[in-house]
Design a protein around this ligand. Structure first.
Ligand code: SF4
Ligand code: SF4
Length: 77
């Protein structure tokens, strides 16, 4: 099973709680504002994410989700 880590930038208030909790230092606060005028978090190092879901649980605004994606069937052919 593969997973996708999704940040809803317009829900994020840039509080930084997820940045601090991430054990792999994946997340950073952006330099560009979102539609609400906050600096949202983004994945600075997505390749390091282990999909532990700590950031999803920590976020008070439910701005981060992890979704399972179907494995590529092409790998088996
Ligand atoms: S799922 Fe875990 S490793 Fe990935 S960004 Fe969130 S806290 Fe970091
Ligand atoms: S915890 Fe949520 S609101 Fe706070 S910076 Fe992370 S994604 Fe944004």
């Amino acid at each position: 099973m593969e997973y996708k880590h999704i940040i809803d930038s317009d829900r994020c208030k840039g509080c930084g709680l997820c940045v601090d909790i991430c054990p792999k230092n994946v997340l950073e606060i952006s330099k560009q504002v979102n539609t609400k005028g906050y600096f949202p978090v983004h994945q600075a190092r997505p390749e390091d994410c282990i999909f532990c879901s700590a950031c999803c649980i920590m976020c008070p605004d439910v701005a981060i989700t992890i979704t399972a994606i179907a494995a590529e069937k092409a790998d088996q052919s």
